[in-house]
Design a protein around this ligand. Structure first.
Ligand code: NAI
Length: 462
């Protein structure tokens, strides 16, 4: 039995960041992780492997779409799926080993195994019980599968199976037009799979700015996606190597069905807290399964904290990381803070889609007076040079004060471009502050500046 100042349960982006930062702050820290490798869902079976596959298939898409236009002639490469999977695994291994190295460097003890909390101040791993002055639950989330659907991870799959299919399917049905469905759908569409997305709502990517979502759908349709919107999935039945998805359209109850080689169920995720012993411990759980925490991420049991996907808020690795940093600060007696108004969201398709702050729909609902500055990538020389002129930057600012309220980008490098707006928002900047900041030419970021100009002074290239 060992004594720790902090034991973190879960070694994903929330947990490992909390552990490293707690150790940096001088606290004796351990992190419990039952997987063979650190990094949680994100590094092992989420963000990172999907980005490897998105990268490889993006290049293939470029070969097919743009190489000849640039005078790069010759046959398109053939796809070696086994090798692509190995590349993906190398990327994962490099990253998970990196976290192990950071644990050693920062003197964080990795307690290997699955943890539970038999009592406040105690964490049990295997047969051993460790004392901890503070416990941080960072156990993440798991796919939330529709009732009545049986996932086998071969034909009826979640994101986990989608990253490791035995072969490239000829046809794929994606249930749910959210981030996972569209990112993994993109991987397979670029590999030649016929992808059909069945979505319950009447638009894709719920919560995204409506104008951006519409443009996104158009672009994906051009890339070969088929969308069935407003469709409530009734059943998924596997027969042999295929599965049949049946739905009813919400507008008129008419039935539809499609059979495919693979069916990806991407209808959201739910907190993963099974086996921790939270009920016996008396930790309050919210109706949707999340752990209730106060503004310092403390649960209803003193000394037990929770962060990341297991608590309310967007299920995003970077939100979990920020909470991990902040809760370590709080435990160390400092001031930990997360600005929930400035958390970017990115979809890593081509083009990328990124957003931060309020959508236009939210501002309308709130009855706020706002102005819109929009700039199309068609007016951006760099985007045109690389055949990525689809999309636009949309900046929303307060009508009176010009303060930036939100930004929504669909276009090249959107996932990186969004951060200059995040920083601007953190500093309470106005659209004019952005507009009067010199941006290098020729860069995609000039489009952000032009959108800021469009909020007041007027865009130059539109
Ligand atoms: P999501 O919540 O983003 O989307 C789920 C979609 O499924 C919604 O559009 C919903 O309307 C639809 N849906 C629900 N029930 C349905 C039904 N019966 N029939 C048809 N459609 C139905 O969830 P997703 O894509 O599974 O992602 C889970 C979480 O992981 C999200 O919080 C997401 O933000 C996060 N994530 C983030 C990534 C990123 O930041 N790039 C990448 C992957 C996941």
């Amino acid at each position: 039995m060992a004594d720790f100042d902090v034991i973190v349960i879960g070694g994903g982006p929330g947990g490992y960041v909390a552990a490293i930062h707690a150790a940096q702050l001088g606290l004796k820290t351990a992190c419990v992780e039952g997987r063979e490798t650190l990094g949680g869902t994100c590094l092992n079976i989420g963000c990172i492997p999907s980005k490897a596959l998105l990268n490889a298939t993006h290049h293939l898409h470029e070969v097919h779409e743009n190489f000849e236009k640039m005078g790069l002639m010759g046959g398109a490469p053939t796809v070696d799926w086994t090798k692509m999977q190995a590349y993906k695994q190398d990327v994962v291994n490099g990253n998970t080993k990196g976290i192990e190295f950071l644990f050693k460097k920062n003197k964080v003890t990795w307690l290997k195994g699955w943890g539970s909390i038999p009592a406040a101040g105690q964490v049990k791993v295997g047969d051993e019980v460790h004392n901890a002055k503070n416990i941080i639950i960072a156990t993440g989330s798991e796919p939330s599968v529709l009732p009545g659907i049986t996932v086998d991870e071969e034909v009826v799959i979640t994101s986990t199976g989608a990253l490791a299919l035995g072969k490239i399917p000829e046809t794929l049905v994606v249930i749910g037009a959210g981030v996972i469905g569209l990112e993994m759908g993109s991987v397979y569409a670029r590999l030649g799979t016929k992808v059909t997305v069945v979505e319950y709502l009447d638009a894709i990517t719920p919560g995204m700015d409506g104008e951006v979502a519409k443009s996104f759908q158009k672009i994906l349709t051009k890339q070969g996606f088929t969308f069935v919107l407003g469709a409530a999935v009734q059943s998924v039945e596997r027969t042999g190597d295929t599965a049949k998805v049946s739905w009813k359209l919400r507008k008129d109850d008419s039935a539809g069905e499609i059979t495919a080689d693979a069916v990806l169920v991407a209808t959201g995720r739910k907190p993963y807290t099974a086996g921790l012993g939270l009920e016996a411990l008396g930790v309050e759980i919210l109706p949707r399964g999340q752990i209730k925490v106060d503004s310092h991420w403390q649960t209803s049991v003193p000394g037990v904290y929770a962060i990341g996907d297991a608590v309310p808020g967007p299920m995003l690795a970077h939100k979990a990381e920020d909470e991990g940093m902040a809760v370590a600060e709080v435990i160390a007696g400092k001031h930990g803070h997360v600005n929930y108004d400035v958390i970017p969201g990115v979809v890593y398709t081509t083009p990328e889609v990124a957003s931060v702050g309020k959508t236009e729909e939210q501002l309308k609902d709130e009855g706020r007076a706002y102005k819109v500055g929009k700039f199309p990538f068609m007016g951006n020389a760099r985007a045109k040079a690389v055949f990525q002129a689809d999309g636009f930057v949309k900046l929303l600012a307060d009508k009176e004060t010009d303060r930036i309220l939100g930004c929504h980008i669909i276009g090249p490098g959107a996932g990186d471009l969004i951060h200059e707006v995040c920083v601007a928002m953190e500093f309470g900047a106005s659209a004019q502050d952005l507009a009067l900041t010199c941006h290098a030419h020729p860069t995609y970021s000039e489009a952000v500046r032009e959108a800021a100009l469009a909020c007041g002074l007027g865009a130059i290239h539109a």
